[in-house]
Design a protein around this ligand. Structure first.
Ligand code: NI
Length: 226
């Protein structure tokens, strides 16, 4: 399941973040790439421990844990601290699948990468190229979202970032370990949760809502890993 989560940050917040990123000290993106993906990866990245990385990451996590769409779709258990990257001057990242397990720097806790996410900090008209291309069962999806918006997609997907041929593309990316490992099971729960929410708005007093909500939780209980 590929999901667009709009407006995690307002436009003035995005502008402030982007201005800070434009001044930042960037390093080669190969620092967090595995052996194979280092050959495919041509971009810049902010080092994990840098104060700006931590500050933006913390602001993102605060928004994410309050976002009903993210909570319902990702059913997050653990989130890898968000990282920041910049594609410019022909920078690209060829097709790859992200590593299955990540360990944040200086942490003993590991995160299984069930879901990948990209939050855009540059407006689409400020750069050419830079689409995130994700291969899924419906074909190739091309994603280039307004600044402040995020895309969530299965960590199992083959994906790439097209070369940026004009301007700069600033973004954050991170991984989520879900309470429910399987994408298909998460998709079912997301669909059911959405329908229950809609029914709650339309027919708030319908007695079947209690049974439906109970069934949602019983399915979740069957699949959950904590
Ligand atoms: Ni990737």
């Amino acid at each position: 399941m590929l999901l667009h989560i709009p407006a995690l940050f307002e436009k003035d917040e995005v502008r402030r973040i982007r201005e800070a990123l434009e001044q930042a000290d960037w390093a080669d993106g190969k620092i967090t790439a595995g052996y194979q993906s280092a050959k495919a990866k041509h971009n810049l990245q902010l080092p994990e421990g840098q104060p700006l990385t931590k500050e933006i990451g913390a602001a993102m996590l605060e928004r994410l844990w309050k976002n009903p769409l993210f909570m319902s779709a990702a059913l997050p258990h653990k989130v890898f601290p968000p990282l920041l990257n910049c594609y410019t001057a022909g920078g690209s990242f060829d097709f790859h699948i992200d590593n299955a397990v990540r360990q944040p720097k200086g942490s003993i806790e590991r995160v299984r990468t069930d879901l990948s996410a990209t939050l855009f900090f540059s407006e689409p008209e400020d750069y050419d190229g830079g689409e995130l291309e994700i291969q899924d069962t419906y074909g190739t999806q091309r994603v280039k979202l307004p600044a402040g918006d995020m895309v969530l997609y299965p960590g199992t997907s083959l994906h790439k970032v097209n070369a940026v041929t004009r301007g700069a593309r600033y973004a954050s990316f991170f991984w989520t370990q879900s309470l429910v490992r399987e994408d298909s099971q998460r998709a079912l729960l997301f669909e059911m949760d959405g329908a229950i929410q809609q029914l709650t708005r339309d027919l708030p007093d319908h007695p079947s809502l209690i049974r439906l909500t109970g069934t949602y939780h019983n399915l979740l209980r069957r699949w959950v890993e904590v």
